[in-house]
Design a protein around this ligand. Sequence first.
Ligand code: G4P
Length: 272
Amino acid sequence: MGKALESIADLIKKVDVVIEVLDARLPSSSSNHQLQALRRTKPWVKVLNKPDLADPAVTAAWLKQFKSETGVSAVAISAKKQLEVKKLIKLCKELSPRNGRLGFPTRVMVVGIPNVGKSTLINTMAGRSLAKVGDKPAITTVNQRIELDGIVLSDTPGVLWPEMDDQEGAYRLAASGAIGANALDYHTVGLFAAEYLMRRYPELLKSRYKVAELSESPSALIEEIGRSLGCLIAGGEIDLNRASEAFLRELRAGKIGRISFEEPSLSQEVDS
Ligand code: G4P
């Protein structure tokens, strides 16, 4: 077991409920599967965060799949929305074995890979702005307990790296913005995202870029986008890297529409 996982395993032993934050657009690639081995009998809540950016039908299918796992609760809520986060706090209390025992607040910890919204969630839970947590795996030793109504929460989440052994998963993480721009170059990721969107969400692309028909290939689409956004270099050529960067920025901000990058196993029907 790696050091980060080891320290998280130790902390998990000391809490009543674990909140695992996932990105609703890619709940599998944004999870660390080694973490699942630590679940055992501990109540576990999977929060599908950023649901405002994900395809609602696909999110519903993910929730159905997760809820069928033993010991797992799953909710799709935005970490930015106080009312939704309040429901999560209530759920944690209900799941705690200490529920209702006077003087025994529910001990909760938040875990997840970088950029899924852990700090946002902790801030909303705390009702105030705490320092942004670094992206280093593991846990800072100096952390503070936040005492809320019936809940004790550490202000520092458990951070684990995503697993990058699957190349498709790495591309999805990069397309969503979960891993930094330096990990893979913009054009490669842009081409991956363009190919996926042309196949899975062609109507959203047509509507965003106001075209009746899509370009014949992902590279032609990126060129079109680059041309329309004025991403040019000397001689009138398209700057493909800048065009891809602009396309990815739009995609990540939800400007193209609500997009999910992966669906649960094909045996699960997507309710639309
Ligand atoms: P982390 O601690 O897990 O690393 O993630 P963090 O909370 O820093 O959130 C990463 C980014 O995700 C932030 O955007 C944050 O605002 C955004 N985010 C969190 N929850 C939601 C949500 O429900 N919906 C959407 N659309 N975005 C969400 P950022 O651009 O990196 O920072 P900022 O400019 O918003 O501060």
